[in-house]
Design a binder for this molecule. Sequence first.
Ligand code: COS
Length: 384
Amino acid sequence: MDQETFSALRETVQRFVSERLVPNEDRLESEDAVPLEIIQEMRELGLFGLSIPEEYGGLGLNMAEEAEVIYELGRTAFAYRSVIGTTVGIGSQGIVIDGTEAQKREWLPQLASGEKMASFALTEPGAGSDAASIKTKATKDGDVYRLNGTKRYITNAPRAGMFTVMARSEPDVAGPGAITAFIVPAGTKGMSFGKPDKKMGQKGTITTDVIFEDAVVPAANIIGGVPGRGFKTAMKVLDRGRIHLSALASGMSQRLLEEQVRYASERQQFGEKIGSFQLVQALIADSRVDGYASKVMVSDVARRFDAGEKVSADVACTKYFTSEAVGRVADRTVQIFGGAGYMAEYKAERFYRDVRLLRIYEGTSQIQQIIIAKALLREAGLSV
Ligand code: COS
């Protein structure tokens, strides 16, 4: 996108966040749902199509541009971003990266407009960090596959129009090479949802189990048309998704820093504003360091991703650092707010719980550490 159009888009999103999203944060929390009129406004702004190429009806942002937009959306309750997140990111990107031309033409325009949402179904009750051990089976039956198995914690499942589903289709192959990515339209017979999960935070986001019982999917719905490539598709999608989440973490670090500074400039103790105490200043300074380093890492890795460099290990560094950093920033925010920081009516308490998920989803901190270390050791010739 040209610089001028992109600047206008970023300003529009900044205004949308400050004028529409932030003022509705309390309503979102109490109703445990993103208001429908806000979802409609997101469609009108084109937010569902951020990362989908222009030729398929999206805005066609590159990773660096997407990260800047997601940074802005990170400055408010995470449930808003979650509405568009699976369509912009993990749910659609399998098709964008590895899909056939026919799959792109069929699905991407409907996703870009927000007419249909996309969802990503990899995790299972017995397969989280060890994604290659998924058990959901896709059994070939003529020119269709029959899917059987359960997917867990699937974001936006009940409102999605299509799913990118990873299943084991090659009985004679062990490990990741047996996994195929399928496009499964919502409403496919044999597919059902569990009850909405009750979570620690992130009110307004929806996750459920997705259950397949002999769900019939045409072989033509294999992403890229070739079975056995689904694990690699999932890993590529997650590389991109982890940059997206790092931008989100970095936006929230900034929001929390602003909350800290505002509170420290208003709250009075011992006859002075608490911001004049050096121990409080240290908490603010450390939060700025974490937030600034996060922002710089995201922008560096996104730029190199766009340039086509192999950056998986640095994506892992960025996801690891930014998600841990925002955890520290949120913790310091609670500390600066003191008793008020522990009370549900203040944002510090809410965001403290919300950011906890960042260290877990799309690869835990420990998985990121493993990706980083293995990449370095393999480069040195050690087989790990
Ligand atoms: N991009 C492209 N290909 C990749 C890749 C990437 N980022 N990462 C791995 N691959 C490829 C490997 O190159 C390998 O291919 P070959 O067999 O041709 O060499 C194949 O995929 C298997 O890779 P690997 O042996 O590293 O797989 P592991 O089973 O050891 O798993 C981890 C690797 C742990 C990194 C992976 O399972 C993972 O990311 N787990 C976390 C899952 C996750 O994020 N879950 C969240 C669910 S979505 S909210």
